[in-house]
Design a protein around this ligand. Structure first.
Ligand code: HEM
Ligand SMILES: *[C@@H]1O[C@H](CO)[C@@H](O)[C@H](O)[C@H]1NC(C)=O
Length: 538
């Protein structure tokens, strides 16, 4: 009797054959799905794995994937929607690079958020965050928070923003005296954190002055998430997870205290919070609880602020602090970076600021307190912000179909089941058929009548799930630019321009080096902290 005839071996062998057949059938099934679909060159064995790997390798480490999609789209001249097959290592991606088609899934109908949004955000802020949830939880949160983000309410915050910028100007002034190199991401980040902190809590977080524990904890959380995501070493992963949880605990307990403090105060003083008079996002979050407590009367606040409510409140306050802070800081960094090589844009900005406000900065500051709506007259400034967000979109979201969803492109129905649907603003923003000379910084394109097609500019996405903070972010950036660009010149420090363009869609790396390839953090952030020097204008 030979070894081959032994029963255990036969069993193992047949199980192996069965598994192999099963895998082969799955492979055939998966790969055939893509047969008639728009896609980059597809291999039966690899799907797009090999090709995708080659694209990834073109870029510096941890580049935000939006750059990969733009490369694929341009290199293979792909249509407005295309598929990427990463089976068995990754999901099947359906990239939408056509604005009207993106509107099908975000505006005409708002597809639910893909579970990967939640998987991505929850290690940082918790599961039930407004940017990831669907259905009734989302509605509840949206209705709760929307009044805080209404354009009129945001204009009430403009004076506060201007006051915070005074501290930032002081810091820039000191940097200009010493001539030192500093991280704009870090310095501007503190300013933006103080502003968003005031908007959320209506009390100072003092990141710019004494330093904020809360900001340090958020930074630690993000750092540990990235470390855990990138490391293959289980020990490193475990340590990162441990440290992340410790930082989350500290941040949560800080926010928990603030919520209870404010709740007790509003109750004790018998202050009725309305949608109109709410001083902060926190007040809006507490509004219904206060109303209920009045109706029920005579219950202690510990019971009213039940654990479910507190969890939801803490998660979403964190989501706003974290989400609103990084995105706006990144955008400001890219604006200063672009302005550093565009003196003509600087000149236009300064002229506009003198004309619409006042040539004197402190007069400008008081005007912001008295007539914040004048910000809406800053057309060129707004165009600079828009053009920067076109070149460097920082936010990204993915959708999933529900049962009744369909997707048509050029009159044809496309399969969407089990697809990770990714409207990719970056690819649209770099499409020369939509934005001529897409790699060029040209703010005026937004001022030339009818040049930018409706729908095509989507850094805040559009539709029901569009960014809630967009008016806040744009007003904040306007205020910061208005109060800084006339006083300072900005210069990038330590840049290493690339000798050869890394990819076809931008030549900006010939000027700035790899910092133009946005890094995947919580959002698409600047690489290397945006090191800068500032000079005071004389
Ligand atoms: C320049 C700055 C900002 C950019 C580029 C930006 C971008 C975005 C994008 C693209 C989305 C949608 C993601 C998706 O489709 O899945 C989003 C969602 C959101 N953003 Fe922003 N954002 C910015 C600033 C802010 C600020 C300052 C806040 C508020 C503090 C904020 C609050 C939100 C919220 C609450 C959502 C979720 C909305 C929902 O799902 O209903 N954002 N943001
Ligand atoms: C949102 O809805 C989609 C589709 O029903 C689902 O796949 C996803 O898991 C939901 N997200 C969350 C956070 O529950």
């Amino acid at each position: 009797m030979t070894f081959l005839n032994q029963t255990p071996f036969k069993l193992v062998f047949s199980v192996f054959v069965a598994w192999f057949l099963y895998a082969a059938i799955r492979l055939v099934r998966y790969r055939r799905f893509y047969k008639d679909l728009p896609k980059p060159p597809h291999s039966f064995l690899w799907g797009h794995l090999k090709l995708f790997g080659e694209i990834v390798a073109m870029y510096p480490p941890n580049t935000h994937p939006q750059a990969y999609y733009t490369s694929l789209s341009q290199k293979y001249n792909l249509p407005g929607i295309f598929y990427i097959d990463l089976w068995p290592l990754g999901p099947s991606l359906l990239i939408i690079a056509d604005p009207d088609t993106a509107s099908q899934v975000t505006v005409l109908k708002s597809y639910p958020k893909h579970i990967e949004n939640a998987n991505f955000l929850s290690p940082m802020v918790g599961r039930n965050n407004i940017a990831s949830v669907n259905g009734s939880t989302w509605k509840l949160l949206h209705n709760m928070l929307a009044p805080a983000f209404a354009p009129l309410h945001v204009k009430n915050l403009v004076g506060m923003m201007a006051d915070e910028v005074t501290l930032f100007r002081g810091t820039l002034g000191r940097m200009s005296q010493t001539g030192e190199v500093f991280s704009m991401e870090e310095t501007a980040g503190k300013l933006v954190f103080d502003i968003i902190g005031k908007a959320v809590f209506n009390f100072p977080l003092n990141a710019q002055t004494t330093g904020s524990e809360c900001l340090r904890d958020f930074k630690e959380i993000l750092k540990m998430v990235v470390l855990g995501r990138e490391s293959w070493n289980p020990l490193t992963k475990a340590r990162a997870s441990f440290k992340r949880k410790a930082a989350i605990k500290r941040a949560d307990s800080y926010i928990d205290d603030k919520i209870r403090e404010r709740y007790d105060y509003l109750k004790r003083e018998n202050i009725e919070v309305t949608k109109k008079n709410a001083l902060s996002i926190l007040d809006l979050v507490l509004r219904e609880r206060l109303q209920e407590s009045r109706q029920m009367a005579e219950k202690d606040s510990a019971a009213e602020l039940d654990p479910d409510f507190m969890e939801l409140a803490i998660t979403n306050i964190k989501a706003l602090l974290v989400g609103g802070h990084g995105t706006t800081t990144d955008t400001l960094c890219f604006i200063y970076m672009l302005l550093s090589i565009h003196p003509e844009a600087m000149q236009h900005l300064r002229q506009e600021h003198d004309r619409v406000f006042h040539s004197d900065i402190s007069t400008t500051h008081s005007m912001l307190h008295d007539s914040p709506h004048k910000l809406n007259e800053l057309d060129y400034t707004t165009a600079v912000i828009k053009e920067t967000l076109r070149l460097f979109p920082v936010g990204f979201g993915i959708r999933t179909p529900d049962k009744s969803s369909t997707l048509t492109y050029k009159g044809r129905l496309f399969p969407i089941e089990n697809q990770m649907i990714s409207p990719c603003q970056h690819t649209m923003h770099y499409n020369p058929a939509i934005f001529p000379e897409p790699a060029k910084f040209d703010p005026e394109r937004f001022l030339r009548e009818g040049e930018v097609p409706r729908n095509a500019w989507r850094p805040f996405e559009r539709g029901a799930r569009a960014c809630m903070g967009q008016d806040l972010a744009v007003d904040e950036l306007r205020v910061i630019l208005l109060l800084t660009v006339r006083e300072f010149e900005f210069e990038c420090a330590g840049i290493k321009p690339n000798e050869k363009q890394r990819c076809a869609w931008t030549d900006m790396d010939l000027r700035f080096g790899d910092i133009v390839f946005q890094e995947l953090g919580l959002e698409a952030k600047p690489r290397g902290g945006m090191m800068m020097k500032v000079r005071r204008r004389v």
